[in-house]
Design a protein around this ligand. Sequence first.
Ligand code: PGA
Length: 242
Amino acid sequence: MNYFFIANWKMNFDLKIAQEFCHNLTVNNLSDQRVIIAAPNIYLASLIKGFPKLCFASQDVSTRAESFGAFTGEISSSMLAQIGVSYAIIGHSERRRFFHENDNIVKIKAENCIEHNITPIICIGENHEQREKGDYLKFLKYQLINSLPSRGKDIIIAYEPVWSIGTGQTPELDQIEEVSHYILNLIAENGLLEHKPKLVYGGSVSSKNIKNFIKMPGISGVLVGNSSLNIEEFLKVCKAGE
Ligand code: PGA
């Protein structure tokens, strides 16, 4: 099944636990699933070497387009590509909130990824207030259009309502369908189809609700936070796609 199961580990796990987790994933024969592990950058080289059958993502990338240079603390997309990283989560709401990333920064980062054949997973999502006020579609429209790279293909757009992340609350299925429809139409109307974007949903996905998302038209995968931190739970999520 061509469905993405993206584990966003955030700033969690020590290296040994990360390795055990990846070992468990590989022995569980999820080979026909697109499982992507977004591990902390510092672990990526070791995990990619140890588990060549798995796919890995970084959780961020530098805004600098240069491959190398005097930018203390930065990790370029070229460096990530060199060690075999094939995806990068960009513009997650935690980065937008705690590290003040705006749409323009997200766009630059996505472009840097594309330059080095890393598929950006671009996160967008409204907050609780925007949802309550009813202007979330307008917000999502501008957030998406301003965050998209000017060129590139095979990008992934992650719709993650901020109010759903880590809260156990998920939107009603028709609310997700409304947004996915809207985003896919917007992409077509704006001539952005060359990006061949795929849409994934994120926000409190778990083994209890995964079946709902898998059945949803227009949704090509899930971005999983808390439920990707427990191997049994994450395996249940992934196996629901079999
Ligand atoms: P959650 O996180 O699954 O814990 O809600 C999702 C995310 O932050 O990407």
